[in-house]
Design a protein. Structure first.
Length: 299
C-alpha cells in the first residue's frame, strides 16, 4: 500500500486567506511553512488512486503529484473516487472540482451522504454535470476496489455535525465523523487515519494498537489554544478536537503505540507550523512526528 499525503492543514489552510496570525504571517514569509488542506491519496492498484477527503485545494494537490496526473489518453485519470471521513466543508468542497468526470465514486457513511445530499444539495448541483456513485462506509472491512488488495473500514470517533447539518433529521451517532482503517491484505499492514478526533475511545485505542501507521488530529497544541489565540470562544475539546498536549492530550497516547505515529490537520494557530518551535523537540522525544505535505508512506 502506498499513501501520498496531499495536505496537512485544518480548515482554511496555512496561510488562511483572511488571517495574519503568526502562523499565517510566517507561512507568507516562508513558503516552506505552507500547508494545504488535510488529505491523502491512496493507491488501490497500479494506476488507480482514491482521495481521502476532497478539499478546496484538490486541483493543486493533483497537479503537485505526477502519479495523479491524467494520461496517456486525453481524459483518462488515475483518480477512481473519494473516501470521506466526515461532511465538513473543508473535506467535501473539492467534490465540485471533479464535475468534469463522467461519474464520481464517493465512499461515505450514511450520515455523511445524507448531509451532502440534503444539507448541501450536492446531488442537485452536480448530477447535471456528473453521475454520483455512492458506496457505503461502515465498521466492517470491505474491498476498496474489485482489483485491489486493500480493504477499508470506519472507526466512529465523533457525533459532531457540520454547522449546515445542525437541523437535519438524522441520528446523532459516531457515523458523522470516522477514522479510516486501511489494510493491505497482501502484506497484512495497516494505516489508521483520523484527521478529526473528538474522543479517544476504547474502540479507537484498539484500532490504533493494531495499526502499523497512525495519523491523527493535530488541530490544536493545547486545549485553550482557540481562546488564547483570540480567534475562538470554545476550547479545542469543545470544538471536537482533542489537543496534542496536556493530561488528556493525544501525544502521550501516541507515544505508547508501537507503530509509526504522525499528526495532521494543523490549525493555523498551532505552534507546530513553525519548524523551529520547541514543541517539535517535545514530540521527537516521544517518538511522534508531524506529517508533511507531499510525504509518501509505503506499507
Amino acid at each position: 500500500m502506498r499513501v501520498r499525503v496531499l495536505g496537512t492543514a485544518a480548515g482554511g489552510g496555512v496561510p488562511q486567506w483572511n488571517c495574519a496570525c503568526p502562523g499565517c504571517s510566517g507561512a507568507r514569509a516562508h513558503p516552506g511553512w505552507r500547508r494545504r488542506h488535510a488529505s491523502l491519496a491512496v493507491q488501490a492498484a497500479e494506476g488507480r488512486w482514491y482521495l481521502v477527503n476532497a478539499t478546496p485545494d484538490l486541483g493543486d494537490q493533483v497537479e503537485d503529484h505526477p502519479e495523479l496526473h491524467p494520461g496517456p489518453e486525453p481524459r483518462r485519470t488515475p483518480l477512481a473516487g473519494v473516501i470521506l471521513t466526515d461532511a465538513e466543508l473543508d473535506h467535501t468542497l473539492g467534490i465540485a472540482r471533479l464535475r468534469e468526470a463522467d461519474g464520481i465514486e464517493i465512499v461515505a457513511t450514511a450520515q455523511v451522504r445524507h448531509a451532502l445530499l440534503t444539507g448541501l444539495h450536492l446531488g442537485e448541483v452536480l448530477t447535471p454535470y456528473a453521475r454520483l456513485d455512492w458506496r457505503p462506509l461502515g465498521p466492517e472491512d470491505r474491498p476498496l476496489a474489485e482489483d485491489s488488495p486493500l480493504v477499508i473500514g470506519a472507526v466512529p470517533v465523533s457525533a459532531k455535525r457540520p454547522r449546515y447539518a445542525a437541523g437535519l433529521d438524522a441520528p446523532d451517532d459516531g457515523g458523522w465523523v470516522v477514522a479510516l482503517r486501511l489494510t493491505d491484505r497482501t502484506t497484512g499492514r495497516s494505516l489508521l487515519y483520523a484527521p478529526a478526533l473528538a474522543a479517544w475511545s476504547d474502540t479507537f485505542q484498539r484500532a490504533a494498537e493494531s495499526a502499523d501507521h497512525v495519523i491523527v488530529d493535530g488541530t490544536f497544541w493545547s486545549d485553550d489554544e482557540p481562546l488564547s489565540s483570540g480567534f475562538g470562544s470554545r476550547t479545542a475539546t469543545a470544538m471536537g478536537h482533542l489537543p496534542i498536549d496536556g493530561p488528556d492530550g493525544t501525544a502521550r497516547r501516541l507515544a505508547a503505540l508501537e507503530g509509526r505515529t504522525l499528526y495532521t490537520h494543523l490549525n493555523n494557530t498551532n505552534p507546530l507550523n513553525d519548524p523551529a518551535a520547541p514543541h517539535h523537540t517535545e514530540l521527537r522525544k516521544l517518538g511522534v512526528e508531524v506529517a508533511a505535505d507531499g510525504m509518501v508512506i509505503d506499507l
